[in-house]
Ligand binder design. Structure first.
Ligand SMILES: CSC[C@@H](O)[C@@H](O)C(=O)COP(=O)(O)O
Length: 360
């Protein structure tokens, strides 16, 4: 059983609310939360109760559908309903800036609403949000297969933050190949960076892998160098929040440091993500908006006592950019892209002009 909590995002009864597993409570409590209002939905995204690039896109899709059901029940329809949904969509998309999947899903939902002639708008939205969720499951499964093709039994894999089922739908992206290997009896060892300041690696990745029976070792972020130096890591697998057209990749703060270490020790560094995370309209990493979060997350959040002097100045970016020059390959559901990414990434979206290079 490799999917400890497969339906962590779903519609509530009557389909006018959304239920999520509150990831801020893990690994200590499996606590679900039901959100009904726009304010509750935005709060859930901002406070990382639901998090991970594909997962917040899936969540936003369900939210817009649930909100459309509420509005239709109050008599809203036609252009007035569409205009209201556009406003709600913009508010949801603005909840977090870095992961492009959030605005990608909102745009997709609004396109479905605009094309819903002759039926209730919510019916079209219901189909679209379910499709977004289903497609993510399919994409993660394919990414997992491609990722696994890069590993051998006995390999050590280092990962940063959490790109498992909780960050997506099922399998995950960076953790997908590892969970698939486990299902197939292929043994891998995983080193999970704890991922300061919010400890997604310790709280979520270590929990998901442990639940699945994977051999996982939790390390502090500043231990990645020694485990690579010891020869225990044959590949780094990380997820992504936005991949620019040149391959520069935003992922959890600290990812670029892992890539630099991997280059130093000659370990391949792989980014895994669905094509919904590739933003060809963004030329390079300098154009990716980086979310900055409250310094309180560094000073005290996960500890009983403050762990730094009260009021000390903090710099708390939530993501960083890994330059494309440090990325060995980008693994998507459509295949494995190799450098130069300025050619291989656009090829993903125009198959007749050429396929990305696959390495089975
Ligand atoms: C498959 S999820 C990929 C990324 O979203 C993940 O690695 C990550 O950085 C998540 O950050 P978070 O701030 O917890 O949402």
């Amino acid at each position: 059983m490799t999917q400890p909590y497969p339906d962590h995002i779903r519609l509530g009864p009557g389909e006018d609310s959304v239920i999520l597993l509150d990831q801020t409570q893990l690994p200590n409590r499996l606590e679900e939360r039901q959100v009904r209002s726009l304010a509750e939905m935005i709060e859930a995204i901002r406070s990382l109760r639901v998090r991970g690039a594909p997962a917040i896109g899936i969540f936003a899709g369900y939210c817009l559908y649930a909100l459309s059901r509420q509005l239709e029940a109050r008599g809203w329809k036609g252009p007035a309903l569409l205009a209201e949904l556009e406003g709600l969509g913009a508010a949801l998309a603005g909840a977090r800036p870095t992961a492009v999947n959030l605005s990608w899903a909102v745009d997709r939902m609004l396109r479905a609403a605009r094309g819903s002639a002759g039926e209730h708008m919510s019916e079209a939205l219901g189909r679209e949000c379910r499709a977004i969720h289903q497609e993510d499951q399919d994409m993660c499964h394919k990414i997992s297969e491609y990722g696994l093709s890069l590993l051998q039994s006995g390999d050590g894999v280092l990962t940063h933050c959490n790109a498992g089922p909780l960050a997506t739908s099922r399998y995950g992206t960076a953790l997908g190949p590892i969970l698939l290997a486990q299902e197939r009896g292929i043994s891998l060892r995983v080193f999970a960076d704890e991922t300061r300041p919010l400890l997604q690696g310790a709280r979520l990745t270590a929990w998901e892998l442990q639940q699945a029976g994977v051999d996982v070792t939790l390390i502090c972020d500043n231990m990645a160098s020694i485990v690579m130096k010891n020869g225990w890591v044959q590949a780094c697998f990380v997820g992504c929040d936005r991949v620019a057209a040149n391959g520069d990749t935003a992922n959890k703060i600290g990812t670029s440091g892992v890539a630099i270490l991997a280059r130093h020790y000659g370990v391949p560094f792989y980014v895994l993500g669905p094509t919904s995370t590739i933003d060809l309209s963004c030329p390079d990493g300098d154009h990716i908006p980086i979310e900055e979060r409250d310094g309180e997350e560094i000073r005290s959040l996960w500890y009983r006592e403050p762990m730094a002097p009260s009021g000390v100045k903090c710099y708390n970016p939530a993501f960083d950019i890994t330059p494309h020059t440090l990325i060995s390959a980008i693994i998507t559901e459509r295949g494995i892209c190799r450098p130069p990414y300025s050619l291989s990434l656009p090829a993903l979206f125009s198959p007749p002009q050429g396929e990305p290079s696959y390495s089975p």
